[in-house]
Design a protein around this ligand. Structure first.
Ligand SMILES: C=C1C[C@]23C[C@@]1(O)CC[C@H]2[C@@]12CCC[C@@](C)(C(=O)O1)[C@H]2[C@@H]3C(=O)O
Ligand SMILES: O=C(O)CCC(=O)C(=O)O
Length: 326
């Protein structure tokens, strides 16, 4: 368990009902990436939930643990040192403020740019060589997982070529982002029946997000009937989210999943998330291979650059895709 000292004030952070054990997601799809049934299981989970847990993914535990340790070391630095790695926008250290439009959460984080399969050289944060090495090793590995998952998605959808989706995140100029989040324990709310919002509800604008966390729970997803369920943590697994752009590419067949994080009153949560987005000029429209005879796109045409701009001008919880529906 990771517990870091020094909690920022909880004022201005929206509160949520504390999760109770009965809220656990009992029907969570678990996909074994090494199994021949993975493509069908992935497509099925993306259609039903826009979310699944991925096991047997092949990323060594060491690669994940090294990054977690380096992240814990970074977040344990004195506040003034961390602030020198800020501000978060466009990339760097941030605390409590998420985005530029007034959203707040009980967390601190690093928002980082990825070029090809490693941290962007232009991204000077973090400056520590060990932390950068751990990030680069992890990013290269998790990006390979994202590519394998997207290839499996294409196979599960029955479309060719196999890289119809994955090529968008491997293409030159693809817009990949990496986030390391630290949610300190929120002692002030212990026993009050409510929790601080760690990360408010939202869908991810990109194609795919691949998340790994330490053993502290807090992640919740919304089912298609609107019910919120808690995702039990598993430090050995990845959790995969469908993003808005993938929903559009599949003409709504895959659903982007609404999710949020509830801060824990006792334990700190550390999560690291790879967000795979396409190049700015990439057109986001249903793949022709997925449109049946006479089937029309449910969405107006747009590029990833246009969607990203709209996303960054919106509040976290806004239904961003609604503006792009026909
Ligand atoms: C409030 C915001 C934070 C966010 C940008 C946004 O304006 C709306 C989308 C948010 C999100 C969610 C997924 C990951 C992320 C990096 C992204 O691309 O869109 C975050 C942005 C962020 O943390 O700055
Ligand atoms: O930290 C988590 O578990 C999820 C955070 C998240 O949804 C995000 O950073 O976009």
């Amino acid at each position: 368990m990771v517990v870091l000292a020094g909690s920022p004030a909880v004022d201005h952070i929206p509160l949520l009902r504390s999760p109770d054990p009965g809220d656990n997601f009992s029907g969570m799809p678990v996909v074994d990436l090494s199994s021949p049934g993975a493509p069908r299981a992935i497509a099925d989970a993306c259609e039903r939930f826009g979310f699944f847990k991925l096991v047997n993914h092949g990323v060594p535990a060491d690669t994940m643990d090294r990054l977690e340790s380096e992240a814990v070391r970074f977040f344990s630095l004195p506040q003034a040192d961390k602030d020198r790695s800020g501000p978060a926008y466009p990339f760097g250290y941030g605390s409590k403020r998420i985005g530029l439009n007034g959203d707040m959460g009980w967390l601190e984080y690093l928002l980082l740019a990825v070029d090809a399969a490693s941290l962007s050289a232009a991204c000077a944060v973090p400056s520590c060589a060990l932390f950068r090495a751990a990030l680069n090793e992890y990013i290269a590995a998790v990006r390979k997982v994202a590519v394998r998952v997207m290839e499996a998605m294409a196979e599960g959808l029955g479309i060719a070529p196999v890289d119809a989706l994955s090529a968008m995140v491997t293409a030159e100029g693809s817009d990949q982002v990496f986030r390391v989040n630290h949610y300190p324990p929120c002692h002030a709310l212990q026993g009050l029946g409510c929790s601080a919002t760690g990360f408010g509800e939202h869908t991810d604008p990109q194609l795919i997000s691949v998340l790994r966390s330490n053993g502290t729970s807090g992640l919740q997803i919304a089912l298609q009937n609107g019910q919120w369920v808690s995702v039990p943590s598993d430090r050995d697994a990845f959790f995969v989210n469908v993003g808005d752009s993938l929903q559009v590419l599949t003409n709504g067949r895959f659903k982007s999943v609404k999710h949020r994080v509830v801060a824990n009153s006792l334990k700190s949560r550390v999560s690291m998330i790879y967000f795979g987005g396409p190049a700015m000029t990439q057109r986001i429209a249903p793949l022709p291979q997925l449109l049946g005879a006479g089937e029309q796109s449910l969405y107006k045409d747009f590029t990833w650059g246009e969607y990203k701009k709209a996303a960054y001008n919106s509040r976290l919880g806004d239904n961003r895709l609604a503006h792009f529906h026909r």
